[in-house]
Ligand binder design. Structure first.
Ligand code: HEM
Ligand SMILES: [Cu+2]
Length: 553
């Protein structure tokens, strides 16, 4: 292959300055080089890049904690970590992955970067508030890192009372404060998106012409704004209970520990849709671009985002089937949980119908989208299994649950995040990356993922409880397989960061529309100019107008 000579060629071009295209000279990346011009920027695109770097950092911190957990589980006695150390490792893993990676990852980087471009606006409605959201995110992150260095916390990411309020001896208040703080970042971003979508759409851009990516972020923002305050209140109550013996959750003082679970899951179940709806928005875009067709059943896909946002608020009790709630309540929660699968099923059906008979290009972003669909289906179907009362009693708090939510969150959301990164990278940085490496890494991530998490379904079904680091010898083979998969996955996740970083300097310049995709963001140069559009665009057609491509295909 001519790979090495390509590289030399690239360097040659670089030295002679030939890569400095007109687009690059005018771009938002070049508009000011000082640190101050980045740290005080109000440009949504630059703020997206700030998030990209900080979120990547936290992904690796959380990933290292996962590595520790998996290394410890290689032996039945758990030789690497103490009991206490193990608890702290999985807690920090969960806290960082949920609040510092999964929730902000797609909205705060890609939503920030793309929503104004997709609706023909110059920026979000409140650019300074947007910058403030990033600072608040960083402040919450610093709290977490400080708590980590000071010794960590052992409550699990769920902070269950009365353990967290009365017995846990780690930095509970500090980590609760970190999550409390980062919640404000979510709320402000959600508000910003809602107002932006309502107020700043280009002339002619009716609701029925919005991209599905924008619809999914709109639905996500509604959940963010309505649910996050409940979490903030819950965490404030935990802190008050620990510090002042408030007694909201302490039966001896007339409180109720179950109340904690109701409040916590009232936020945290909708939160799983905060994590996965933006990912679904990404997949709609990637599937349509790969098939060069409009997404099949536009209103069903848009409407199912709203349906998920609404029904998602009614199912929190499926986390409490064995917590001692009435059987009637459990039956209703079970039924509603099964109902929420319908809008998710609609999306999967419509993506498949979009691909059907399309001229699919097997590019890196499509591979990630396909991984999303496959892994999300496994995660979703096993979600139906744990939503059935009788089966959940058997697999509750086992590795079956761990496998189920990793298929949704990691197989789903993280795959979509990487898909988005590969699809919009040329737009964001104006450079192309190696497509050979892109495809290889997508395949390695898929294989490593399945090797890590599939054995956990079997482990859980056989009775391996979660959050234990000593286990009977019989489980060792499956645990070793899972840890080996984690090794493959860890290395596979490092690959994209290597070649993407490399492309920043040596990648060939990207054209405005490298995928031949439909959408406003592909009409501006790569990377986009500081103010996005030279002239206010006027929208006259449907959101995925592939008529042109059809004619020459
Ligand atoms: C190399 C990849 C990963 C491995 C090997 C891994 C491993 C694990 C393990 C073994 C646990 C269970 C600990 C226990 O309950 O005993 C766990 C929990 C968890 N993981 Fe992962 N994980 C990985 C990636 C991720 C990612 C990327 C995310 C999110 C983006 C994530 C989110 C979570 C969450 C939220 C929990 C729950 C923690 C708790 O309930 O205490 N994981 N992980
Ligand atoms: Cu749930």
């Amino acid at each position: 292959m001519s790979h090495t000579s390509d590289v030399r060629h690239d360097k040659d071009f670089e030295r002679r300055g030939l890569y400095e295209t007109e687009a690059e000279r005018e771009s938002y990346l070049r508009a000011g080089h000082t640190l101050k011009s980045w740290l005080l920027t109000t440009d949504h695109k630059r703020i997206a890049i700030l998030y990209l770097f900080s979120i990547t950092f936290f992904f690796f911190v959380g990933g290292m904690a996962a590595g520790l957990v998996r290394a410890d589980l290689l032996t039945p006695q758990g030789d690497l970590l103490t009991n206490e150390g193990y608890n702290r490792a999985f807690t920090i893993h969960g806290v960082i992955m949920v609040w510092f990676f999964l929730i902000p990852s797609i909205p705060n980087t890609f939503g920030n970067f793309l929503i104004p471009l997709m609706i023909g606006a110059r920026d979000l409605a409140f650019p300074r508030l947007n910058l403030l959201s990033w600072y608040i995110y960083m402040l919450g992150g610093l709290f977490t890192l400080y708590a980590l260095i000071a010794g960590g916390v052992d409550t699990g990411w769920t902070f269950y009372a009365p353990f967290s309020s009365m017995f846990a001896n780690g930095h509970v208040v500090l980590v609760a404060a970190a999550v409390f703080v980062v919640g404000f970042s979510s709320i402000l971003t959600g508000l910003n998106f809602i107002v932006t979508v309502h107020k700043l759409r280009a002339p002619g851009l009716t609701w029925g012409r919005l991209r599905l990516f924008v619809w999914s972020h709109y639905a996500t923002s509604v959940i963010l704004v309505l649910a996050t305050p409940v979490l903030s209140i819950t965490l404030a109550l935990i802190a008050a209970e620990r510090l002042f013996g408030l007694g909201v959750f302490d039966p001896a003082l007339g409180g109720d520990p179950l109340l904690f679970q109701h409040l916590f899951w009232f936020y945290s179940h909708p939160a799983v849709y905060i994590m996965v709806l933006p990912a679904m928005g990404v997949v709609s875009e990637l599937v349509s671009a790969a098939a060069h067709k409009p997404v099949f059943g536009y209103w069903f896909v848009a409407g199912s985002s709203i349906a998920i946002a609404v029904i998602g608020f009614l199912v929190w009790g499926h986390h409490m089937f064995v917590a001692g709630q009435s059987m009637y309540a459990s039956a209703v929660f079970s039924f509603l949980s099964l109902a929420v699968a319908v809008p998710s099923g609609i999306k999967v059906y419509n993506w498949t119908a979009t691909l059907y008979k399309g001229h699919i290009s097997l590019d890196t972003p499509f591979l990630y989208a396909a991984a999303f669909i496959g892994l999300f289906v496994v995660g979703g179907l096993t979600g139906l299994i744990v939503a059935m009362l009788a089966i959940d009693v058997h697999v509750h708090d086992t590795y079956f649950v761990i496998a189920h939510f990793h298929y949704i969150m990691v197989g789903g959301t993280v795959s979509a995040y990487f898909g988005a990164l590969h699809y919009w990278w040329p737009k964001m940085f104006g450079r192309n990356y190696s497509h050979v490496w892109g495809r290889l890494s997508a395949i390695f991530i898929f294989l490593g993922f399945n090797l890590t998490f599939f054995p956990q379904f079997i482990l859980g079904y056989l009775g391996m409880p979660r959050r234990y680091h000593v286990y009977p010898d019989d489980f060792q083979v499956l645990h070793v397989l899972s840890s080996a998969g984690a090794g493959v996955l860890g290395i596979a996740y490092l690959l994209p960061f290597t070649y993407l970083f490399y492309s920043l300097r040596y990648g060939p310049p990207a054209p405005a529309n490298p995928w031949n995709a439909a959408g406003l963001e592909w009409t501006v140069p790569s990377p986009p100019p500081k103010h996005n559009f030279e002239e206010q665009p006027v929208i006259t057609g449907p959101p995925y107008d592939y008529e042109m491509e059809y004619k020459d295909a």
